[in-house]
Design a protein around this ligand. Structure first.
Ligand code: NI
Length: 138
């Protein structure tokens, strides 16, 4: 860990009250770590806005019927084999499948992969969780 610096700053009373409320709801035990993580959140959202290298997790829920969709989703993922780090398939029940796919690439490419998979007929839900390669967060 880098050397720690101490800061002091001014903040409006009302805004401080809102901060304290957020802190209490957060489950964090100390304000410093809470503030450091707020800064990290901002850094990660900037990485995504500026289309930098990022890490994303796509979760798909789709119909297993016919088996052709499963094959199509796999073949689409092969087009991005260098970006897709890992994928895990779960059989949710006799009709439904879920898949989580961890992608490391430029932010726009990750969004493109998510949208390409989401738009296939039979895919009922596709979420994208935005994370980071972590290089700017330590
Ligand atoms: Ni399945």
């Amino acid at each position: 860990m880098d050397k720690l610096e101490r800061l002091s700053f001014s903040i409006e009373k009302k805004l401080l009250g809102r901060f304290e409320k957020l802190f209490k709801q957060s489950g964090y035990e100390n304000r410093s770590e809470f503030i450091r993580d707020m800064i990290r959140e901002k850094i990660v959202s900037e990485e995504w806005e500026k289309n930098e290298e990022a890490l994303g997790t796509i979760t798909l829920v789709y119909s297993h019927h016919g088996n052709t969709l499963s094959k199509k989703l796999t073949s689409l993922q092969h087009k991005y084999h260098s970006a897709i780090m890992v994928s895990t398939h779960l059989h949710l029940d006799s009709h439904l499948c879920a898949e989580t796919i961890i992608v490391k690439s430029k932010a726009d490419t990750i969004r493109e992969i998510r949208n390409m998979l989401a738009s296939q007929k039979g895919v009922y839900h596709a979420s994208l969780s935005l994370s980071s390669t972590g290089k700017k967060l330590a």
